[in-house]
Write a protein that binds this ligand. Structure first.
Ligand code: ZN
Length: 254
């Protein structure tokens, strides 16, 4: 497989997921990879799990997904996230939990490509939002490309420091925000950490669903934004009795 669609951070937003899957169908890819957080925050967890199970060739487990199958809640979670996760747990059946249990942690997909939800250094779970955080994260990147989710922002980091120097923190890390439709060529001499942004809860002030295509044959990555029924998704959150802030942030893209 050479041309992969990447989706991440769906967060129980079925309207956004359906829109992205339609666009991926039009784009034509060899496989679809989900980088985790299928559930949490949104109101339609069951449909999202079932669509991901049906369409994705590989799904990585996210921290919100993990909470469904672990008994202890992360003390760092804020009250809103905690409330939505408790609500979600109540909606899932044993088959959904079994599916979540079957998901992978970090996966090496090929000689060039690895995938993880939050951070390629197992002891780090922090957000990779800036070159400083990415420098530390590159210590765990022993492939040319490491695909991540978790921040909900489409962004790319690169370093010219080769993977054989992985014991040294690279000091040359640069970051690029990935605009809708922009294709970035990947330098075979560099290492990359690439985030396709969030399907179901974008946080870069653009409410459209975000996803990406990695073409390993052509050596490029492109982010695409998909319009979806934001109002419908917002209303589902309100109708479910979930915190209003989770509904309104979909409209703002924050
Ligand atoms: Zn997330």
């Amino acid at each position: 497989m050479a041309r992969y669609a990447f989706i991440s951070d769906i967060h129980s937003n079925v309207q956004a997921l359906e829109s992205v899957l339609t666009e991926i169908g039009r784009a034509g890819v060899d496989g679809i990879i989900c980088l985790g957080d299928v559930v949490g925050y949104g109101a339609r967890p069951v449909e999202c799990i079932e669509l991901v199970r049906e369409h994705c060739d590989l799904t990585i487990i996210g921290n919100h997904d993990e909470f469904m199958i672990e008994n202890d809640m992360d003390p760092l979670l804020n009250d809103t996230a905690r409330e939505s996760l408790m609500w979600t747990m109540d909606k899932l059946g044993e088959a959904h939990l079994d599916y979540i249990r079957s998901l992978s942690g970090m996966v090496y997909l090929s000689r060039d490509l690895m995938c993880v939800h939050d951070n390629p250094v197992p002891s780090m779970t922090g957000y990779i939002r800036n070159p400083r955080a990415a420098s530390n994260a590159f210590l765990g990147v022993d492939r040319s490309i490491c695909m991540v989710g978790h921040t909900h922002v489409p962004q790319l980091f690169h370093t010219a420091t080769s993977s054989t120097d992985a014991a040294a923190i690279p000091l040359d890390v640069q970051s690029h925000y990935l605009e809708d439709g922009y294709t970035i060529s990947l330098n075979p001499e560099f290492r990359y950490i690439i985030n396709p942004g969030a399907v179901g809860q974008p946080r870069d002030a653009d409410p459209r669903a975000s996803w990406g295509i990695l073409d390993l044959t052509l050596g490029h990555f492109q982010v695409n934004r998909a319009e979806y029924d934001v109002a419908g998704s917002r209303q589902d959150v309100l109708d479910a009795g979930l915190p209003g802030v989770l509904a309104d942030r979909l409209v703002l893209g924050t």
